[in-house]
Design a protein around this ligand. Sequence first.
Ligand SMILES: [Zn+2]
Ligand SMILES: [Zn+2]
Ligand SMILES: [Zn+2]
Length: 747
Amino acid sequence: MAEVIVDVPVPGVDRVFHYLVPETLAARVRVGQRVLVPFGGRRVEGYVVGFAAETNVSRLKPLLAIRSEDPFFDTDGLALAQWLCERYLCLRVEALRCLAPPGATGPEAVRARLVPGWRLTADEATARAAMEELLARAPKQAAVLALLLQAAAGGDTRPLPAAEIRRRTGAPSSSLKALAQRGLVQPEAVRIEREPAAPRVHEPAAPLTLTAEQEAALAAITSARREGDLRPVLLQGVTGSGKTEIYLRLVAETLAAGRGALVLVPEIALTPQTFARFSARFPGQVAVLHSGLGAGERFDQWERVARGHAPIVVGARSAVFAPVRDLGLVIVDEEHETSYKQEESPRYHAREVALERARRAGALCVLGSATPSLESYVQARAGRFRLVRLTRRVDGRELPPVEVVDMRAEMVAGNRSIFSRRLTEALRECLARGRQAVLFLNRRGFSQFMLCRECGHVVRCPDCAVSYTYHAAPTEHLRCHYCDGLHPVPARCPQCGGPYLRPFGAGTQRVETLVQELFPHARVRRMDLDTTARKGSHTALFEAVRRGDVDVIVGTQMVAKGLDFPNVTLVGVVAADSTLHVPDFRAAERTFQLLTQVGGRAGRGADPGRVIVQTYQPNHYSIVAARAYDDEGFYRREAAYRQAGGYPPFTALVRILISGPEGVVAEAAKAVAQAVRQCAVGVDVTVSGPAPAPLQRLRGRERWHVIIKGQGDGPRQVAMAAREMWRPLLGRGGVSVAIDVDPVSLL
Ligand SMILES: [Zn+2]
Ligand SMILES: [Zn+2]
Ligand SMILES: [Zn+2]
C-alpha cells in the first residue's frame, strides 16, 4: 500500500496516511507523485512518500488517480523535506510543496501546455511524391507537406503546432484534413514551452580577463575543491570586485565535470543583469525561476530542469529547491540579504537550505557578499567556512570616501533642517553640474524612537539592548517591543541632560517635499514601496533615471539594489540613525551593510562619487567601520554585542508570532506565552514576552510575539512541545500562531 501525505495544511493531519494501490495503478505508482485520494468524505490531493507492507488500519481506501505521472521529487528530495520539517518546525506537506513545481498544486494547477499540432505519418519518399503531385492542384496542401518535411529533415521529431503551420503556409484546417484522409499526416498534441522574455540587458558572452586578485581567488576555490575540501566558501568581495565572473567560471567548471549548478540571487526582478550574464555565457542551458514569471513560464522552466534540459538554474529564494540533476555547485549571491528568508511557513532561510542541499549532494557551496552576514563571518572565522577575499574593484578605482556629517554639530550651529549644510551644498553642486543624486532613507513609515538632538543618545531598554519605541497615544510613553517593558518619556536626555530629546523619523514623502522646496527646478522622483508597488514601475523609474529625466531620487533601501547609474555622483544617507535604531538586534549589521553598499554605488562612471552620511551618532561602531571600509573592525564589535545580548549567531532564537484581528490577540498571546513557559521548565532557555511586535499592526492584523532564546536545540524543543498546548487556541477568533526558527528580524 502507498504512504501518502495529504495536501491539507492542518496540524491535525500532519502525518502519513495509508492507501491501497488498485491493480490498475500498481505498475505506475511511484514516490514523489501527486495523487488523488479519498479523505474524510471528500477527495483531496496528496504526495506519495513511500510504500508499506503492513498497516494497522483495518479498512483501507484506495488511491483514486495519479495526478502527475512524473514524480515531483525523489528520495533525496524527500529526505531534504524531512530535514526542513525538523529544522523549521513546519508541516510535512508545507515542506513537500517546496519541492513541487511552482503553480502545479492548488485548485488552479498549472500543467504542461498542450496545443493542437500535426505530424507527418508517411515516409519521406511518399510525402515528397505527394507534395510534387499536389503542387499545382492544391498548393496549400503541398506547402504543408513541404514545411513538415523541412522540420523532419532538421531532425525535429516533434509535431508542429497547428497555429504555426497555418501562419507559415496559410493553409486552412480543411487542407490538413484532406492530407489526413490520405494518411499523410495525423493530428497530435504538441507541448509548448513558455519561455520568459529575455531581459533587455546586453552582457558580454565571452569570459572576461581576470584580474590577478580574481585569478588567485578562483584558484583558491578550485584547488581546494579538487583536493576534496568541500567546506563552504565565503567569497567576500567589495562592490564591483567581479564576483559574478568568478561564479561564471565555477559554473563552467562544474558543467565540464558533467554536473549541475544552482545560482541564487536575492531578487531577479531587481537584478536582470545577473540572469542576462549567465544566459549569454551558457546559451540554452540556463533556466530561470523567480516570482516575476507567469505561472506557466515557471512551470515550464521547472520542467526543463527536472528533465535535465537545463543544467544551470538562476533563481530567487524558492529556486533553492529546483530539481537540478547531479548538483555540483550551489552559489548564494548577496548571502546577507534578508529576502532569502521566507516569511510564511515553511519559514526557511535559503542560505541554510543551500548549505544543507550542497552537503547532501557533495556539492560545493559558495556564499558571496560584500558585507557577509555575521552568521557566515563567524563560521569563516571558526574555520568551518573557507574565507576568500576580493579587496579591489576590477576597474582599479578606489571606493569613494564616506563622509560622515555630525548632525549634533548642525543643531549647535542653529541648523534645524534635516539636511546638513554639507549635504545641501553637495546637492547644489551636483545639480549645477548636471549630475544625478540619490538620497536614502530608512524604510517608510517605521516606528519612532527618542533621540537627543544634542548628544545623539537613544533611549534603550536596559534588559533587551534595543531601542524603546515612542508612542504618542493614549499618553506619551516608551515601550520595549521585546519584553513589553514600559517607560515614561524622559523630560531631559538621560545622558547629557539636554532638553532636545525628541521622537525621530522622517518619511520619503517629506524629504521629497523638502528637496523640492530647496531646489524648485530640480526634477525629484520618489522611489519607495508606495511608488513602485505596481509591476514594472520599478523598471520604468530606472529607465527614467538612465535617460536623465530625473535629477534627484529619494528612496528607501530597496533602491540600493541593482542601482548602477554612471551619472549618479552623489549619494546621501539622510538619517543613518533611523536604520541604526530600528528595534531589532540586527540594526547595526543592517546599517553597516547599507552604508557599505551605497558607498560602492556612487561614482561608477568616470566621475568620482561622493557619499555623505548624516547621523547623530558619528561614533557608533557601525558608522565608524563603514566610513573606513573596516569590516574586520565592525564584525569584532558586532560579535561582542550579540554575544553579550544573547543574540544569534551565539544563541538560538525562536520567535512565536501571534496575529489576528484587532483586540483578541493579546489574550491569545498570553496563553501562548504561558504554554511556552510551562514547557520551558527545566530547559535552559529564556522566554521573553508576550509583547506587541515592533510592527504591531501589519495588513490589518495585530501582531504579538514571544521570544525563546537558548543554546542548540533548546528553543526549538520548547516551541515544539508548547505547540501541542496552544493548538486548541488556533483559529479561534481568527488568531493564528506561527513559529519562526532563526528569524532574520524581530520586527
Ligand atoms: Zn526589553
Ligand atoms: Zn543628550
Ligand atoms: Zn508599539
